[in-house]
Design a binder for this molecule. Structure first.
Ligand code: URA
Length: 248
């Protein structure tokens, strides 16, 4: 459902210029609402019913945005930060207009799937501790991950602050000898999102996560065609599936 809003705001969100540029365009008679030239850039329109045209072109407007980002290392999962580069800095200016924000956080050195949206309701429900949304990661771990670790993760491990994790599914993908060490490649699905959770779970069994990459969140899977630092909008089907999850 679309909300009513000022026509200059609608045009600014749709990428037709700044509010003052739009005001000027309105004065020049370049903006029509329902085929009538308007004089006031502050008039209220309903994008669901009103037809807005700019220089003869019908403006297509939507108020929500859903972005899948393959987060690279070195950027933080925030909308702004005085010192560090954020995931928002990776977006093109026109994709920032609707003010998307990251749904949850990946650590600065974690890569992979990050959903960015301005749909506060969906974000809230995907992050709700009550919803137990699955999050799957692939990691490279220093040490030999064992069947005992799989059982421990299945039963719940105790983190450094005493918190006992919910059952998690650990799959061992492969082991590799590196100099005097063994490195393990694993996949892990957790249903909660405590601070540094995956790293702390491995710490609890005496191992260290070397690299961490998220490959899915709920029904949403990282598109393998997206290189690190690249992003795309979700398809209607992906949005629908995520919303179905939220209803559960
Ligand atoms: N667990 C972590 O330790 N780090 C992340 O970025 C995500 C999950």
């Amino acid at each position: 459902m679309s909300e009513k809003l000022r026509v200059d705001k609608l045009l600014a969100h749709a990428g037709y210029g700044t509010r003052s540029e739009i005001k000027k365009a309105v004065k020049q008679g370049r903006v029509l609402v329902n085929e009538q030239k308007i004089k006031d850039s502050g008039i209220i329109v309903n994008p669901a019913v009103d037809i807005v045209a700019f220089d003869g072109e019908i403006v297509s407007y939507r108020s929500v945005i859903y972005i899948m980002l393959n987060k690279p290392q070195g950027v933080i999962s925030a909308t702004e930060d005085g010192r560090e580069r954020t995931v928002i800095d990776l977006l093109d200016p026109e994709d920032v207009l609707l003010k998307p924000f990251p749904v949850g956080r990946l650590d600065k050195d974690t890569t992979g799937l990050l959903l960015l949206t301005n749909d506060g309701q969906l974000a809230h429900e995907l992050l709700s501790p009550k919803k137990h949304v699955d999050k799957t990661y692939e990691a490279c771990v220093l040490g030999k991950v064992t069947v005992e670790d799989q059982l421990a993760f299945e039963q719940g491990v105790t983190l450094d602050d005493g918190y006992v994790t919910r059952p998690a599914k650990l799959t061992i993908l492969s082991h590799e000898e590196r100099e005097d060490d063994v490195i393990s490649w694993i996949r892990l699905t957790i249903t909660e999102g405590k601070f540094h959770q995956v790293k702390r779970m491995f710490q609890s069994v005496g191992k260290k996560v070397l690299t961490l990459n998220r490959i899915s969140m709920g029904s949403l899977e990282l598109d393998p065609a997206l290189a690190l630092g690249h992003y795309r909008e979700l398809t209607d089907e992906e949005v629908e599936l995520l919303k179905q999850h939220r209803a559960k």
